[in-house]
Design a protein around this ligand. Structure first.
Ligand code: FES
Ligand code: FES
Length: 154
């Protein structure tokens, strides 16, 4: 069984018909060709699929697409403004905060959420509120510094 759902993705209104079991992650990657959000575990454990829904961080692999009627979704592809990187994207480059890059889209979107939520008072607080995003390459210290930089503390 399929359903039609209309939602806004990175500022563009999209209407798609999807199977009722389709996750937001599969909607993005397979129906809208937005492959920046990564499928790490597909089970809510790694954060590689993190996007913002109505400004809040969610694991898109655990979110059913058909429940998002009218929602505003922001993915990694929606953060830069024209040629200008989002400050946190620039901070990841400045701080050398990635190796393989697989976790990076989720880390950056999650970091944007973390900053918007105001959970950047100390390195420890950043680590705690970024703890849902795993990095197999172990870039945690640099990721924390990148979030700190974009939050304006560096
Ligand atoms: Fe969604 Fe791992 S792919 S949390
Ligand atoms: Fe490789 Fe994080 S940079 S998993």
């Amino acid at each position: 069984p399929g359903s039609r759902v209309s939602l806004t993705v990175n500022g563009v209104r999209r209407t798609v018909t999807v199977d009722n079991r389709t996750s937001l992650l599969d909607l993005l990657r397979e129906h809208l060709d937005l492959t920046g959000s990564k499928k790490g575990c597909n089970a809510g454990a790694c954060g590689a699929c993190t996007v913002l829904v109505d400004g809040r961080r969610v694991n898109s692999c655990l979110t059913l697409a058909v429940r998002l009627e009218g929602a505003e979704v922001t993915t990694i592809e929606g953060l830069a403004k024209g040629d200008r990187l989002h400050p946190l994207q620039q901070a990841f480059i400045d701080q050398d905060a990635f190796q393989c890059g697989f976790c990076t889209p989720g880390q950056i979107v999650s970091g944007v959420g973390c900053i918007q939520e105001g959970h950047t008072g100390s390195p420890e607080e950043i680590r705690e509120w970024m703890s849902g995003n795993l990095c197999r390459c172990g870039c945690y210290a640099k990721i924390e510094r990148a979030v700190e930089q974009a939050a304006g503390r560096k």
